[in-house]
Design a protein around this ligand. Structure first.
Ligand SMILES: *Cc1c(COP(=O)(O)O)cnc(C)c1O
Length: 388
């Protein structure tokens, strides 16, 4: 392979491109995690995370992937055999369901077509039928990264409240936090699950749980064995700026910097930028004559777009060609979408010109792969970006 000049385009929906300022922050020397300098760092990042989650309550940080944060949300609030309600919005919702099942929870998994978000009416119907209140939690993936569909969390909360049901609301924001408007407190979420490598502009390695009063209360009577994931010793140690075990110090340096970047741009501007990039990408896909996977107009994801390829083409061959010719990585089709879609990530550290370059690379790749596309796609996206 000859040396590829210029930057690799990492246009997958996570891990995302890490800004240079964050990389430089991470490269500082590791310090004593029981010393005064560390306590200052920990207090700063734990406080700085709160506005991003939209909470005034605790945010628990783990040295983990998002999957660890999924498990933490369940083992801290549930007991073996508890019933949870979940929705098959796509691959990540399915993985969370499988994890819950492996832990020994009884998951009522509402089937879905992988092209729509959670239907709040289905939540209402399920909970109205559960007159004995056996369901202990409702699990929702806010932004389904395998399909590019976002679910409407406030309407789901409203459905739970209207049913007068006491179930906890657990929401996965792994690919939406820091990119899509989200409000843990205002929306009445009990546990918000997230991690570092998508909208938070960091490498993989940090998992998060934002925790409501009600969830903390549930943790007192939850009977799952838990040690590493136990919120209580972590929240206790965090009060003094420490952790009960060695935290990923250098990722916390990076987090301090990425929180500063989000603050400098302003979260409302960050959200508007992601919405604009989603709209521009969909304009390109439709002008190419291809189909966006998401069928729900209210659910188009601001952070990624899954594109269906014509049946006679293999989406992974197109991705391989684009990687080889243009040094750009696109997201693969996951689960039942393997070979059927490719995913364009447009989240995190991205501006209009980077998106334009991304779409140009996709357009050239499609043409070279023999997919009949209208070359007006990129122009359609540029018009959306110009108009903003
Ligand atoms: C990426 C992702 C996960 C999994 O995170 P890992 O860090 O790979 O464990 C979970 N949920 C969603 C919605 C994701 O996008």
């Amino acid at each position: 392979m000859p040396y590829p000049a210029g930057r690799h385009f990492l246009q997958i929906p996570g891990p995302t491109n890490v800004p240079d300022r964050v990389l430089r922050a991470i490269s500082a020397p590791t310090i004593d995690h029981r010393g005064p300098e560390f306590a200052e760092l920990a207090r700063a990042v734990l406080a700085g995370l709160k506005p991003v989650f939209g909470t005034s309550g605790p945010v628990v940080a783990y040295p983990s992937s998002g999957t660890g944060a999924w498990e933490a949300a369940l083992v801290n609030t549930m007991s073996p055999g508890d019933r949870v309600l979940a929705f098959e919005t796509g691959h990540f919702a399915t993985l969370w369901r499988n994890l819950a099942g492996n832990l020994g929870l009884d998951v009522d998994f509402v089937p879905g077509d992988w092209r729509h978000g959670v239907d709040p009416a289905a939540v209402a119907e399920k909970l109205a039928a559960d007159t004995g209140h056996a369901t202990r939690a409702v699990c929702v993936v806010h932004n389904e990264t395998s399909t590019g569909v976002t679910s409407r969390v406030p309407e789901i909360r409203q459905a739970i409240d209207e049913a007068g049901h006491p179930a906890l609301l657990l929401v996965d924001t792994v690919s939406s936090l820091g990119s899509v408007d989200y409000r843990h407190d205002e929306w009445g979420v009990d546990v918000t699950v997230s991690c570092s490598q998508k909208g938070l502009l960091l490498p993989p390695g940090l998992g998060f749980n934002a925790v409501s009063e009600k969830a903390l209360h549930a943790a007192e009577s939850a009977r799952f064995p838990r040690a590493y994931w136990d919120w209580r010793p972590i929240i206790e140690a965090n009060r003094r700026g420490f952790f009960p075990y060695t935290p990923p110090t250098n990722l916390l340096y990076g987090l301090r910097e990425s929180l500063a970047l989000l603050d400098e741009e302003g979260l409302p501007n960050v959200f508007a930028r992601h919405r604009r990039h989603g709209e521009a990408t969909r304009a390109a896909v439709r002008a190419w004559g291809l189909e966006v996977l998401c069928l729900d107009e209210r659910g188009h994801s601001p952070v990624l777009t899954a594109v269906l390829v014509p049946a006679e083409h293999d989406a992974d061959k197109i991705r391989a060609l684009i990687l080889d010719r243009f040094d750009m990585s696109l997201g693969t089709g996951l689960g039942r979408l393997a070979g059927r879609v490719f995913r364009i990530g447009h989240l995190g550290h991205l501006n209009d010109v980077s998106l334009a370059g991304t779409l140009a690379g996709v357009q050239m790749g499609l043409a070279l792969a023999g997919v009949p596309v209208d070359p007006g796609g990129v122009n359609a996206a540029l018009r959306v970006l110009e108009a903003a």
